[in-house]
Design a protein around this ligand. Structure first.
Ligand SMILES: C[S@@+](CC[C@H](N)C(=O)[O-])C[C@H]1O[C@@H](n2cnc3c(N)ncnc32)[C@H](O)[C@@H]1O
Length: 218
């Protein structure tokens, strides 16, 4: 059943509100589909939040090394308290730009789930270039966003995110909250030098217009 992956047992020691959040996150976003796109063993989740996707990538895969990064120290603290003791997981507080300077060409696959919508589009080139710099030649980026397709789902998702960021303050503001059309996201990836391998709607069964991109360094 969606939202009850065995890897979530790692979060069972968290306070109930955080535990519920983690289960709701897995129920409402296709993180398992993202995890299925991993290539290679050196993996990183950029903007990992509580670390749900890191858990999906790491639990049961001892051959992998999974790195989780987020600028929000509160979230990295929740992640450390749940998956931080796993020998194949490393967690850090910081931005993708700072990590790219310290560890260029270090990862086979990079995951980014629902981060770009928090950044003004003018910051996307810097963010995506840093992602590219972190990947080995031929490395893979697995990116998920919600797309602005003009549907009721897009309007609902925007309202939901405004509540999460501005009212509940569960996610720190990073300069914007907004969804862009799929073509804008595809163009941003291509302009950063990524070749698009897959661009797929994952809306079915969800109330958010999820869109998944798999792109590789040309
Ligand atoms: C909506 S949350 C998604 C969290 C997680 N990816 C998930 O799917 O559950 C967006 C995350 O992006 C992080 N973030 C914002 N700007 C970032 C940046 N420049 N580099 C890395 N992460 C960033 C935020 O702190 C936040 O935790």
């Amino acid at each position: 059943m969606r939202g009850f992956h065995p890897a979530l047992a790692a979060f069972s020691g968290l306070p109930v509100a955080e535990r519920l959040f983690v289960h709701a996150r897995l129920f409402s976003a296709p993180l398992e589909v993202m995890a299925s796109k991993a290539k290679g063993t050196r993996l990183a989740d950029i903007g990992c939040g509580h670390g749900v996707l890191v858990a999906l990538l790491a639990v049961g895969f001892p051959e992998r090394q999974v790195f989780g990064l987020d600028p929000d120290a509160r979230k990295i603290d929740w992640a450390r308290r749940s998956i931080g003791a796993f020998s194949n997981v490393t967690l850090e507080t910081g931005t993708v730009e700072s990590l790219a300077q310290r560890r260029p060409a270090s990862f086979d696959t990079l995951f980014v789930a629902d981060v770009l919508y928090l950044l003004p589009p003018a910051q996307w080139p810097s963010f995506l270039s840093a992602c590219r710099a972190l990947l080995v030649p031929g490395g893979r980026l697995v990116l998920k966003e919600a797309e602005n397709d003009g549907s009721w789902r897009a309007k609902k998702a925007l309202l939901q995110e405004q509540v999460m960021v501005k009212l509940l303050r569960r996610t720190h503001e990073s300069g914007a909250i907004g969804f862009e059309p799929r073509a804008t996201l595809e163009r941003a990836l291509q302009e950063t030098g990524f070749s698009l391998v897959e661009s797929a709607s994952l809306t079915r069964g969800y109330t958010t217009p999820h869109v998944l991109f798999v792109a590789e360094c040309a």
